[in-house]
Design a protein around this ligand. Structure first.
Ligand code: GLA
Length: 724
């Protein structure tokens, strides 16, 4: 059966174990009829309350329907997915069905990151709606990736009138889920700097509940992901819906329960920062959002996202490859280094098995040397007082080092191109390149964060400048890895829609550079995980997950992040004990085993301060991380026990060949407590597996599980599971 089934004006998109259906009503409205488990015949229609004058109350029949693309006015009093100001200023629209088309595959979106797939992996249904009064056309694009039970939507508004219109709201995905007798819970990933992606759950109540980012970026505060689950959904059972926005700018996500029990889910650009003028004959394209359905709990929802984002979103040549083990000097030196210190760190790191040395913040600025975060940002010229002989000389010198396997040490560099310190040559030359607001010839006081301003990437001149300066560094020096940081939000927008124009500019810059330097391993960073979003995942394989490197906190941050993002896209580093952020002391093995849950493993340590024991243990841990890497990069993640639910979190990664690795932890010692069983998942029925030399039947590992003799705080265990 085709993944898109069309019967007259009834449409169903089929995932392997899910379906999404809607139809055109007799009036031409798109009405949603089902999103959930597989359904191969017409769902019984929601009892329709007849449209007539006898109906009392505020909601009209129109407002009581499950609307597929809720626009504004007409008696639907919920938040609209689209609001366009047109004519003399009205925001009422009525988009009615005009035509449809089914297209093999899934194309990208012009200027925006998007999922992609050929005819074997995806099918697209295009629905054209028209508002004849406003003379607007809305084209809804629905793509289904059946193997991932993923439904992707975006839309385009074409202005066929002879006047400008303004798009004021654009929720990429909107779905009116029918009344669920048992209710629903909403999930979000929220936090702040160094505490990203904490899983927050709440019961959906009547009315509006949601969260948003107004920072100009996806942000630490809330990730652009909304989950919706049945009240008893677990990692392995129950309904789980995930909605994920492929966008890096301000967003808003909400569930609104109306008077009749329908839950309207909206996720898209934040309407408070959308005021997008579309001239006659032009169009506006919304970012896309992905909705995934799982009938087997959150674990399966996450695996759908992981595979989709690895195989059909990320374009990086590194996405499916093992990453080099790196050493980053940030927590070892902060701004206080010279070329000898960096060389020395690289040399010692090569001796213990690292293969990439990363030079973090502080290497640039001549007139305004970057010796703290108060100067130099924007001036991407090496500071030769710090790095005598220049960057290239240092890179070449480090390149002659070999690690214990005889591989030359590669070099990586930190940049933060989108920002500028007022104390910089760039700001002196181009104060007009920063984002700021004013009126009547006066400026509001500019807002600084970390002593910096943000460049206005909506300006093509700024985009071109960044492409040139960063492109020049990468062409002139043998850089194998770039950490692209972003440490400030957009506090002050000249006009609301500059935020979106900035993001489009950012995509142009990042797309140009990553296309020009495809072999470089790019890593996103925004004071840690402040821009861990599917938008940027299109261009690079992953992101620095958090500036918090404390392993206990990291277990929470990484688990939350893994709800949506593949472990291959996360980076984890072993840092010093006591931890610089939390002051917590933890054993080396525990720190390393937590960092190994991520696709990109490294050290954020000064090798000059290693104890004799650390010197002995670190090479083995690095080799272990390399052995584990293929499981993390290619495997499926099973969250066997989550850290916010237990003292004994455990994670299993299963490779496509059926073998696995289990990483298990005891956070605190518990006196007089027996070890809880860790029950595995995802093994092949009937097969035998070898664990630590002992053979077990699959059902034993699933049912009885494994137990480990835990002793002490911050303990961890890594176990390979081989299929016999
Ligand atoms: C941000 C990053 C850190 C580090 C510093 C450098 O905070 O998240 O990893 O690169 O900037 O200033």
């Amino acid at each position: 059966m085709s993944a898109v089934q069309v019967e007259g004006k009834r449409f169903t998109l089929h995932g392997d174990s899910s379906s999404y259906s809607f139809y055109v009503s007799e009036h031409g409205d798109l009405i949603h009829s089902h999103f959930g488990g597989a359904s191969h015949s017409d769902p019984s229609p929601a009892p329709v309350i007849p449209d007539g004058g006898w109906l009392q109350g505020n909601s009209t029949a129109y407002g009581r329907a499950q609307r597929e693309f809720p626009d504004n006015g007409n008696g639907d009093f919920g938040l609209p997915a689209v609001r366009v100001r047109h004519g003399a200023g009205t925001t009422v629209t009525r988009f009615l069905y005009d035509s449809h088309q089914v297209v093999e595959g899934k194309k990208g979106l012009e200027g925006l990151p998007a999922t992609f797939g050929d005819g074997k992996s995806a099918t697209t249904l295009l629905i054209t709606l028209k508002d004849k009064v406003a003379r607007l056309t809305a084209t809804l694009s629905y793509a289904v990736f059946p193997a991932h039970n993923a439904f992707v939507r975006s839309f385009k508004i074409y202005n066929g009138s002879d006047q400008d219109v303004v798009v004021e709201a654009a929720a990429s995905f909107s779905v009116d889920l029918g009344h669920a007798a048992e209710g629903r819970d909403m999930l979000q990933l929220s936090g702040e700097w160094a505490r990203e992606a904490q899983i927050i759950t709440r019961r959906v109540q009547s009315g509006f509940q949601g969260f948003q980012s107004l920072t100009g970026f996806s942000s630490h505060l809330h990730n652009p992901f909304l989950g919706l689950v049945s009240p008893h959904t677990t990692e392995t059972t129950g309904d789980a819906y995930g909605f994920s926005l492929v966008y890096t700018g301000s967003f808003s996500a909400s569930v609104e329960r109306n008077a009749t029990g329908i839950d309207r889910v909206l996720i898209g650009m934040n309407p408070l920062q959308l005021d997008w003028t579309v001239s006659p004959g032009k169009s506006f394209t919304s970012p896309e959002a992905v909705a995934v359905y799982s009938d087997k709990g959150l674990g399966q929802m996450s695996r759908h996202f992981h595979r989709l984002y690895r195989d059909h979103l990320s374009k990086s040549s590194w996405t499916h490859k093992d990453r080099p083990v790196l050493i980053n000097n940030w927590e070892a030196t902060y701004f206080d280094f010279d070329e000898e210190k960096i060389y020395n760190i690289a040399e010692k790191a090569s001796e213990i098995g690292c293969s990439l040395a990363v030079l973090d913040d502080g290497w640039f600025g001549t007139k305004y040397p970057r010796n703290s975060d108060s100067a130099g940002l924007g001036d991407w010229k090496v500071n030769e007082n710090k790095l005598r002989g220049g960057l290239d000389a240092l890179v070449q010198r480090i390149g002659k080092l070999k690690n214990d396997r005889g591989e030359s040490i590669k070099f990586g560099l930190w940049v933060e191109p989108e920002h500028v310190n007022p104390a910089s040559e760039l700001f002196e030359a181009h104060p007009e390149w920063t984002l700021h607001a004013g009126a009547n010839g006066q400026e509001y006081p500019r807002v600084q964060q970390r002593n910096q301003y943000i460049l206005d990437l909506s300006q093509v001149a700024v985009q071109d400048h960044l492409i040139k300066v960063i492109g020049d560094i990468l062409s002139l020096t043998a850089i194998s890895y770039v950490k692209w940081d972003c440490n400030k939000a957009m506090e002050q927008l000249p006009t609301p829609s500059v935020g979106h124009a900035y993001i489009l500019g950012l995509y142009r810059v990042v797309d140009t550079l990553t296309t020009r330097f495809p072999d470089i391993l790019w890593e996103g960073c925004a004071s840690g995980g402040g821009r861990f979003d599917p938008g940027l995942l299109q261009y690079w394989p992953g992101s620095w997950t958090s500036d918090c490197t404390d392993p206990v906190d990291r277990l929470h941050i990484q688990t939350g992040t893994s709800l949506v993002y593949p472990p291959s896209s996360m980076s984890g580093h072993v840092s010093a004990s006591p931890n610089h952020q939390t002051g917590r002391e933890t054993p080396l093995a525990f720190r390393a085993h937590v960092a190994m849950l991520c696709g990109s493993f490294g050290l954020e340590l000064d090798p000059n301060h290693f104890s004799a024991q650390e010197k002995k243990d670190i090479p083995g841990l690095i080799h272990l991380s390399e052995r584990i890497s293929p499981y993390i990069i290619q495997g499926d993640l099973y969250r066997l026990a989550r850290p916010e639910q237990t003292n004994w979190p455990a994670f299993l990664y299963l490779k496509p060949d059926g073998s696995g690795v289990l990483l298990a932890y005891q956070i605190h010692n518990k006196i007089n407590t027996s070890s809880p069983a860790i029950r595995l998942q995802g093994l092949e029925p009937g097969r035998t597996y070898k664990v630590d030399g002992v053979e077990y039947k699959e059902d034993t590992l699933l049912s009885a599980g494994l137990r480990f003799p835990w002793k002490g705080d911050y303990q961890s265990k890594v176990v390979f599971i081989d299929r016999v």
